[in-house]
Design a protein around this ligand. Structure first.
Ligand code: ACO
Length: 154
């Protein structure tokens, strides 16, 4: 299966907004409609549509942390796969592609991700990709990170 990240644009934004999750999964992240609106008002956000063999199957969004005075850091804020397509390896490949895309910025030193501790998939999945948990923040979300420059690791 060929997995690609593509820009969200006038041709696919409707479909991205309508990508379905199971009802309980909707609690794990903001809606795609909210995320796309957010990306229009915060230029640091980079929304991406996930395609599997040219079929739209998911959405992710990351941002550089330049605006928070952390210019060498990127944060993956949203990540979802159409529930009918989950568990087929698409998410894992899409996350790898996002990490590769971020690595194109040779200044990048750190990638963070956060998730609700009760999310049954996130913890083990993100750990298997290399994210190391750093603690729960004030909003109750677990934070985890990949340090790209090993010299920075504590
Ligand atoms: C930053 C954030 O947005 S955090 C919120 C993340 N998003 C959500 O929780 C929304 C609902 N979930 C999803 O959209 C998807 O399940 C995602 C994005 C978490 C993963 O995408 P998928 O395409 O399903 O993942 P993929 O098939 O590549 O599997 C990756 C791993 O997740 C785990 N996994 C996937 N689905 C399940 C499931 N239903 N039950 C248990 N584990 C699962 C497996 O451990 C798998 O590892 P493996 O490759 O060793 O088998």
């Amino acid at each position: 299966m060929k997995i690609q990240l593509r820009e969200v644009d006038i041709h696919n934004f409707d479909e991205v907004i309508n990508l379905p999750l199971l009802p309980h999964q909707e609690n794990y992240l903001a809606s795609n409609a909210y995320s796309l609106a957010q990306s229009k008002y915060d230029i640091y956000y980079r929304p991406r549509a996930i395609y599997a063999d040219d079929q739209l199957t998911g959405f992710l969004m990351y941002k550089s942390m330049d605006d928070e005075n952390r210019p060498r850091e990127y944060a993956i804020h949203r990540f979802m796969i159409d529930h009918r397509q989950q568990g087929k390896g698409i998410g894992r490949q899409a996350l790898q592609l996002a990490i590769e895309e971020i690595r194109q910025d040779l200044q990048a030193e750190r990638i963070t991700i956060c998730y609700l501790p009760e999310n049954p998939v996130a913890k083990d999945f993100y750990a298997s990709v290399g994210f190391v948990e750093t603690g729960v923040d004030e909003e109750g979300e677990m934070n985890a990170e990949i340090v790209l420059n090993a010299a920075l690791e504590k």
